[in-house]
Design a protein around this ligand. Structure first.
Ligand SMILES: Nc1ncnc2c1ncn2[C@@H]1O[C@H](COP(=O)(O)OP(=O)(O)OP(=O)(O)O)[C@@H](O)[C@H]1O
Ligand SMILES: [Mg+2]
Length: 251
């Protein structure tokens, strides 16, 4: 089944057209890197996938259905994460989302506790469960956000710039974790980032969003100097060596 299928899709915010005539489909179980400059519409596209922003024309199907019908099947780590309830422990923070994103910690049944244990184990964060969020690093909080998004076994995981402010070691650690979970659980993952290099060699597909349109393909096909220079409107160089890809920008 297709995870996402767009036909003649138009997305507007107010009168502004963010995307026009998107036509592509992505099969389930793919790890998709989502690239594009600031303001290209990455966050807008993600929100459209779970019906948070309506589309204005064409057709969008997610897991073969209308976006609003599959909300429970999508795990989402939003880009804006300033509102962190810092007085909570890692475990309590995850618990706040056990029945959707309501405020406060709901009463936890035994199966809820088991589910929290499951997602903590998935992201290798059992040791963070009892620690207050105030005492955790950005990378450690990132793992808890990932755990929260995995509650309820989603089919699609959307991670909007999860690597911001994360050092190279943690970036590698978190990406390895995501890749492992994705391939074990046959999840479809969408991950947006402005730092292409850590991602280009582990993703199955690239979705470049910009200029109101989308380019989808394998990293080798899409990550080229021409496409990236056009996308970011600044000179970009792509170096391919020993089956690996490196991207640099220069002025
Ligand atoms: N609530 C809003 N009202 C009006 N315009 C908006 C709103 N949200 C986003 N936009 C506009 O939609 C466009 C796409 O924004 P979006 O946040 O999706 O970009 P992005 O690719 O995620 O950028 P970034 O890399 O900076 O996160 C931008 O031009 C932005 O100004
Ligand atoms: Mg964004």
């Amino acid at each position: 089944m297709n995870a996402v299928s767009c036909k003649e899709l138009q997305i507007r915010i107010g009168s502004k057209i963010i995307f026009d005539r998107l036509d592509f489909s992505i099969k389930e179980g793919q790890f998709v890197g989502v690239f594009g400059p600031n303001g290209a519409g990455k966050t807008t596209f993600f929100k459209c996938l779970f019906g948070n922003i309506p589309y204005s024309h064409g057709k969008l199907e997610v897991l073969g259905q209308s976006p609003i019908k599959i909300r429970g099947k999508i795990g989402y780590v939003p880009q804006q994460r300033d509102i962190f309830p810092l007085n909570l422990t890692g475990r309590a923070f995850i618990a706040t989302a056990i029945r959707g994103n309501r405020l406060g910690i709901p009463f936890l049944f035994r199966e809820d506790q088991k589910e929290i244990d499951r997602v903590l184990a998935l992201v290798d964060a059992k040791d963070l469960a009892q620690q207050p969020l105030t005492e955790l690093s950005g990378g450690q909080r990132q793992r808890l956000l990932l755990a929260q998004a995995l509650l309820g076994k989603p089919n699609i995981l959307i991670l909007d710039e999860p690597l911001n402010n994360i050092d190279p070691k943690w970036t590698q650690h978190i990406l390895n974790l995501i890749k492992h979970i994705q391939s074990q659980q046959k999840l479809t993952v969408f991950l947006s980032t402005h730092d292409l290099n850590p991602l280009v060699n582990i993703i199955d597909q690239v979705l470049c969003l910009g200029n109101k349109t989308a380019i989808l393909g394998k990293a080798k096909e899409v990550i080229t100097s021409e496409i990236l220079t056009d996308l970011y409107q600044t000179p970009m160089q792509v170096i391919k060596a020993e089956n690996r890809i490196f991207v640099t920008s220069f002025t």
